[in-house]
Design a protein around this ligand. Sequence first.
Ligand SMILES: *[C@@H]1O[C@H](CO)[C@@H](O)[C@H](O)[C@H]1NC(C)=O
Ligand SMILES: *[C@@H]1O[C@H](CO)[C@@H](O)[C@H](O)[C@H]1NC(C)=O
Ligand SMILES: *[C@@H]1O[C@H](CO)[C@@H](O)[C@H](O)[C@H]1NC(C)=O
Ligand SMILES: *[C@@H]1O[C@H](CO)[C@@H](O)[C@H](O)[C@H]1NC(C)=O
Ligand SMILES: [Ca+2]
Length: 314
Amino acid sequence: MIPNDFSTDGNSLHHNLGNKGSVCTIRVGSRSLPLYPLVIVGLGLLNTILLLTAIVIGIYCENNYLPSLPTFLSIGGQASEVSAPHQITVQALIVEVKQLQVMQTDAIKAQEEAQQALKKELMSHQQLKLQLEQNKTLSNNIQRQLETLHVEKATLQSDTSDTEGSCGRCLPGWFLANTTCYFHSKSTSNPLKNWHDSRADCIRRGANLTVIDSLEEQLNLHEALPRLDPSIRPWWSKPGGVWFGLSDIQSEGNWVWLNNVTLQGEGYWIPGEPNDYGQREDCAALMVMKNPRAAWFDADCQGEKEWLCEMEPN
Ligand SMILES: *[C@@H]1O[C@H](CO)[C@@H](O)[C@H](O)[C@H]1NC(C)=O
Ligand SMILES: *[C@@H]1O[C@H](CO)[C@@H](O)[C@H](O)[C@H]1NC(C)=O
Ligand SMILES: *[C@@H]1O[C@H](CO)[C@@H](O)[C@H](O)[C@H]1NC(C)=O
Ligand SMILES: *[C@@H]1O[C@H](CO)[C@@H](O)[C@H](O)[C@H]1NC(C)=O
Ligand SMILES: [Ca+2]
């Protein structure tokens, strides 16, 4: 009878508390969690009180009934009737103590589980924090790299525009104007040459005397030449001007470019030019005048001057 009572009541209570415990475990990190220690302490105290009570009653009962044991043995049925209320009380108390012990164990288990879950949460939270920091650092690094690249790009762009002006796409000693490379023989570093020798020199350099195909080219050259050599002599001084690839050697007054294309339009002659002065001026030279549209004159092809070669860029 007694063991049966123990197991049934104990189980039912265990189930109840188990459910309660699992409910609390699910709500990890909620406000209800800090109540556990109080509950456990309360249960522990109650447990102890009940245990003490049970012991006291037990001792009391034993003392009470030990002397009357012979009576109990001799009388039999009568003794059982007398002892029954006390025995039931003790048994009930023992059962209750056991139930409380089970409850306490369950509560401790639930608390441990909750603590473990909390620890796990904290760990994953910390990991996330770490990852976030790493990502921040990474994105900062990328941002810095991007800025460095922007600076490098700007530097390269300015470098490119610098080299384009000199040796980037043209040979050393040549200069780029718009899309063409030019060589200007400066009187200081090159002896002056007549038109034919100038032409030969350009060919030797893998180029030609300059053919001015458009107003843009004329303007570009006019702008570039003074910057390269501000000391270009006035056209009337001897020997002045710069040979380029235009002549009327084949037929007087019929100005033809080196590529056998006849001069289209008026050209950019200085007023009064070409005048075939002395009837021996069949080659064209250019000057850097105030007006870039009035910069050419004809001169004796045997006269020695600077010259201007042109070549497509690499
Ligand atoms: C960090 O970056 C990775 C990929 O770049 C991403 O999958 C992850 O969610 C990020 N973590 C945080 C905390 O932002
Ligand atoms: C540059 O050259 C191109 C092609 O030769 C020409 O179309 C353009 O007008 C030129 N621009 C200047 C500013 O000279
Ligand atoms: C020189 O001129 C000729 C004739 O116009 C042409 O065929 C040749 O390609 C030119 N050379 C250069 C380097 O421009
Ligand atoms: C130009 O014409 C002359 C004579 O007609 C010829 O000798 C020369 O080869 C031609 N040049 C070009 C580049 O076509
Ligand atoms: Ca040209």
